[in-house]
Design a protein around this ligand. Structure first.
Ligand code: UT7
Length: 344
């Protein structure tokens, strides 16, 4: 390594999507909805659903193997594994420890982080800081979810939106100008109830009975735990407004940090939640829709996996060239949000 600044560079990406497809027409048979409503309000046409035995760590492991193959780095060279997920099959052992075991990465420290749909961007930020502190570390960062286990399939407000999948990347120190150039992360716990997982029956509820004071939103929109499982509840319109505002703001701040304009970005890869949010972001990059990566139509909202899957597709599909500036941008429950700019 020379004397230049060492950054965390992405040297391989991978993803894995379960084979089972659930199309809008299938959902028409399950709840009171229509292909027309789903595709016009969200842009989603299909989503993947994990099959028998495909727990989150299985998806994560397959994505990780693909990323390792692409990077040419062996599993035992990996020093750090971070899995961003809100759907680990167990809190203990973590999804990351299961991946470590299954890929044979015996030299890695492994742990999960939870930042909902922003999880992959949060995990990348953490790996970047490890690598900046010790440029010899090679990291595996994974976003993986099986949200189909956390969806109430009777609730048309949410069940049409989410899907399963995993994406991964391998990062290593580079002193040739490639790597993560800048990023910003944010959280606002005061609005957490607008998008949450209901507590499991018998568990100590994470949410209080009274809405946080002064948040200025209608919490009666949301249900409470139904005493059976833990399911996603979302006040869609409120989340939509917050997501648009937060993503626009963080994109502009990170561009300003680097003295860049939207024109300098070759490809923006936002969290894939809703086509209307993505189209709005296109306006921030000079209005060129070709600069926004979109796959929400195929996979729906895969939470922490969504940016990781999109990044892998974009890299493998030739949408990113060496030297390009790629921007990632996320918004999710918590609330959490953030963005990064990466020189490819
Ligand atoms: O991943 C983290 C970030 N998540 C997001 O960014 C998601 C943000 N939110 C959204 O994408 C949108 O708010 C949704 C797609 C969830 C909802 O779209 P919307 O245009 O905001 O609709 P709405 O929630 O305001 O509902 C409009 C109507 C309602 O009927 P009424 O009350 O106006 O009679 C809903 O009951 O649409 C109804 N509706 C449906 N109709 C048919 C809700 N879900 C469905 C459905 N099929 N699946």
């Amino acid at each position: 390594m020379g004397n230049n600044l060492v950054r965390a560079a992405i040297c391989g990406t991978g993803s894995y999507l379960p084979e089972n497809r659930l199309n809008n027409s299938d959902l028409e048979e399950m709840v009171e909805t229509s292909d027309d409503w789903i595709s016009s309000r969200t842009g989603i046409r299909s989503r993947r659903i994990a099959g028998a035995g495909e727990i989150t760590s299985v998806l994560a492991t397959r994505a990780a193997r693909n990323a390792l193959d692409a990077s040419g780095i062996a599993a035992d060279e990996i020093g750090l594994i971070i899995v961003a997920t809100i759907t680990a099959s167990s809190a203990m052992p973590s999804c990351a420890c299961r991946v470590q075991r299954d890929i044979g990465a015996g030299n890695a420290v492994a742990f999960d982080i939870g930042a909902a749909c922003s999880g992959f961007v949060f995990a990348l930020d953490m790996a970047e800081k490890y690598i900046r502190a010790n440029p010899a570390i090679k990291a595996l960062v994974i976003g993986a979810e099986t949200l189909s286990n956390r969806v109430d399939w009777n609730d048309r407000n949410t069940c049409v939106l989410f899907g399963d999948g995993a994406g991964a990347c391998v990062l290593a120190g580079a002193d040739d100008g490639r790597g993560i150039l800048a990023g910003r992360l944010y959280s606002d716990g005061s609005l957490g109830e607008l998008l949450h997982l209901t507590p499991l029956a018998g568990s100590n509820p994470y949410l209080g009975d009274s809405p946080p004071a002064g948040a200025g939103v209608d919490f009666s929109l949301l249900g409470r735990g139904n005493g059976e499982g833990s399911y996603i509840k979302m006040a869609g319109r409120e989340v939509f407004k917050n997501a648009v505002r937060a993503m626009e703001e963080v994109v502009e701040k990170v561009l300003a940090d680097l003295g860049l304009s939207g024109d300098d970005i070759a490809l923006l890869i936002p969290h894939q939640a809703n086509i209307r949010i993505l189209e709005n972001l296109a306006g921030r990059l000079g209005g060129d829709p070709g600069k926004i990566y979109i796959n929400v139509d195929k996979y729906g909202n895969t939470s922490a996996a969504s940016i990781a899957i999109a990044l892998d597709e974009a890299a493998r599909g030739g949408r990113i060239k060496e030297g390009d500036l790629v921007m990632l941008c996320a918004f999710g429950g918590g609330f959490t949000w953030g963005a990064q700019v990466i020189r490819w």
